[in-house]
Ligand binder design. Sequence first.
Ligand SMILES: *Cc1c(COP(=O)(O)O)cnc(C)c1O
Length: 406
Amino acid sequence: MKKDTGQNRDITSQWRLQTQLVRGGTWRSEMGETSEAMFMTSGYAYDCAEDAAARFAGDQEGYTYSRLRNPTAAMFEDKMALIEGAEVARSTATGMAAVTAAMLSIVKAGDHVISSRALFGSCRYVIETLMPKFGVDFTLVDGSDHSAWKEAFRPNTVAVFLETPANPTLDVVDVQFVCDLAHENGAVVVVDNVFATPVLQKPIEMGADVVIYSATKHIDGQGRCLGGCILTTDALMDETILPFLRNTGPNISPFNAWVMLKGLETLDLRVERMCGNAAKVADALSDMGGLDFVKYPGRSDFAQHELAMKQMSMGGSIIALHVPGGREQAFKFLNALDIIDISNNIGDAKSLMTHPASTTHASVAKESRLELGIDEGLLRLSVGLEHADDLIEDLIQAAAIARITK
Ligand SMILES: *Cc1c(COP(=O)(O)O)cnc(C)c1O
């Protein structure tokens, strides 16, 4: 393997985002391939036994076993670290593997964690169910309530977990505020940045210690592969997270890592187009009338618009909307869609709509769901890359069938 300029961090960190997305972190083999090579291998052979010993001792550069590192996964990780402005990244099989590995490696029995309560259903499970199973206490707070954050800290608080904007309500957390508070209290902050994507929001610049992605979403962006990524400092990775990853093995497949590498090349283009479409669709839904609300962080009527726009460069690709007629009307609306699919994924080229109360958040206790505003009338729309006018026409005809009127 030859080092391409894409591997020289001193040079690549000076590049602009788009150049980093296309060329950063790239190795080129002796074949001179332009597209990154897929190293679909679990193991590596050594020229002699001495080399094997030296590599295991860490005295010789190179790979030993793909659970520890794989060249294709490494290219994905290096590109992710570069675009995020993180010291280091490690990839995982899914976004949830990234969340679980980060949280479990940081805590031990007797510790306490704090989390914003507006979370993706499986993230709620990790905090509410998994943590206590291993003797870790938790406090859930309203992410927008600064005094609730302040009051939640205890002497044994080691970590804070938050998602912003949150799935599916789009609640925004002031990342800088929470990071400053956590650091005063000696806790690390883990930010799930999936909804914002690495293109729109930079949690590390706001003080986050760990950033998590589900690469399944916008990074693949074409609905093909599961994947995840953990980004952090060298110290936290080497001492805490990496030993957990190396020994427990939640690795991404080299094939999936390769798909993610291809996805990153067009991430900026796609996210920008999706945000543009989402802004138009949100305006049209709002103008249509008949809905209880349309929540889109990029609209000035969004309750946390100012904070959202301080933290994100655009409004994102997700819209939350609420029909007055509960589950029956929500299902009618979904069933009447011709273009937009009924699907619970996000960040896909195809626009997808879901009813969170019966899908992504069905496993969250009803009282907790209602506390989050995830009731039977709520719908979540992930806006894709189709023409915005076709999406708007589809939504308007479906709303007419579902009798959503002013
Ligand atoms: C999808 C998602 C995850 C989990 O990612 P997977 O790749 O499905 O495991 C975590 N957090 C948020 C906000 C998500 O949308």
